[in-house]
Design a protein around this ligand. Structure first.
Ligand code: GN1
Ligand code: MG
Length: 364
């Protein structure tokens, strides 16, 4: 995509200032993100994103969800007397012509623009102190959305449904599109051994014991903005905000934050569960969710911690077997390397299960 095309797209939106540059930003695996710089010091810079509409097929619904959520959060922050609200919730710009929060090009690509939060930073790691703050922040995020008076759509149906993710893997195994099944048989077997147990969330839901609440559903560390002093500002990447089990937000954060290695670490010795990060996060999360969290949700936090590396291993492996059509990859075995790293993390979390349960039982 060249500068002229990008600048043309930017010019469709109602923004202030003269655009001087549009350049790639961040490392998301799904959407393409750009930083839009403006010349004037009193005009904000912006973040331009191409929405991956192969994955998010209903862009109008997706943007309606996001607008509903950000408007509600803005209101809550105001009610709570917060200052600096424009740094604590994303602000989307509308198009000049249609007043919609997204622009569709003649080639049917979809774009949106939000204000860049000046001075804010992202991180790929957290320490126990910031993990505690993040626990509070995600708990608050769920608490603020607990009384949302509108229903949100599922932007990706069955997104964190473990039974569905396993069925996708089984389909990929059956189809064996690119002839990779034999090579990873041992991984498939290891996944299948724990499959029934890992579908506990769906089982509890069907029994009417476990509720769905509005969750972020992509709470990895990269999707948080921090002040340079380390305090948490807000969550970004709201495409997957939808009704789900609270496990989603707990589990996906720990999957990224409490991993001593990288999501795609080739050296599995680097990959282990960091209990200290877990403890700090859970302590913060329990503090800010006191008003609504049920015992069944609280008791299953260790399950949530296990579920997400397990689910991510299933998703990466399914994509590997499917010929790498979902996640962006940097080299041919990238999805396999990611699978192994996530499965190793899963095993390490599993080894900490009793310790996690004991910690939670002791919390106020
Ligand atoms: C994707 O878009 P990004 O990179 O924040 C994915 C998440 C995965 C994550 C793995 C819509 O998130 O579910 O956990 O990659 N998002 C979607 O890093 O599938
Ligand atoms: Mg992201």
């Amino acid at each position: 995509m060249d500068q002229n095309q990008l600048q043309f797209i930017v010019s469709q939106f109602d923004i202030k200032g003269t655009v001087t540059e549009v350049k790639p930003l961040g490392n998301g695996l799904i959407n393409d993100t750009f930083k839009v710089t403006t010349a004037e010091s009193d005009c904000p810079d912006y973040v331009l994103q191409r929405i991956n509409n192969a994955i998010f097929t209903d862009v109008a619904m997706l943007m309606r969800n996001i607008t509903t959520v950000t408007t509600h959060i803005k209101l809550k922050l105001m009610e709570n007397g917060e200052t600096d609200i424009e740094r604590k919730v994303l602000n989307f710009r509308l198009t000049k012509e249609t007043g919609k929060p997204y622009f569709k090009t003649t080639e049917e690509t979809y774009w949106r623009i939000m204000d860049f939060i000046p001075g804010a930073i992202t991180k790929s790691e957290v320490n126990p102190e910031s993990s505690h703050d993040v626990g509070i922040a995600f708990g608050n995020f769920q608490a603020m959305l607990a009384d949302l008076p509108f229903e949100l759509g599922e932007t990706i149906p069955n997104f964190h449904n473990m039974e569905f993710r396993l069925s996708q893997l089984r389909d990929a195994v059956k189809a064996d599109r690119v002839g990779r099944v034999a090579e990873v048989k041992y991984l498939i077997d290891a996944i299948e051994r724990d499959a029934e147990e890992m579908c506990k969330g769906e089982q509890l839901y069907r029994q009417g014991i476990l509720p769905k609440r509005i969750c972020h559903c992509d709470t990895k560390v990269d999707n948080l903005m921090f002040e340079p002093d380390g305090s948490v500002l807000c969550v970004i990447d709201l495409d997957t905000v939808m009704p789900n089990f609270v496990f989603s937000d707990i589990g996906d954060f720990l999957r990224s934050a409490a991993n001593t290695g990288r999501e795609d670490d080739e050296n599995l010795d680097n990959v282990n569960f960091n209990f200290e990060i877990f403890a700090a996060f859970v302590d913060g999360y329990l503090e800010s969710t006191r008003s609504f969290l049920l015992p069944v949700e609280r008791e299953n936090i260790p399950y949530a911690a296990k579920l997400f590396p397990y689910m991510q291993a299933v998703r990466f492996l399914a994509d590997y077997l499917d010929g790498d059509r979902y996640y962006k990859i940097q080299y041919p075995t990238h999805n396999l390397v990611r699978t192994k790293a996530q499965f190793k993390l899963y095993e390490s979390v599993k080894a900490n299960e009793a310790k996690m349960a004991e910690f939670i039982a002791k919390q106020q």
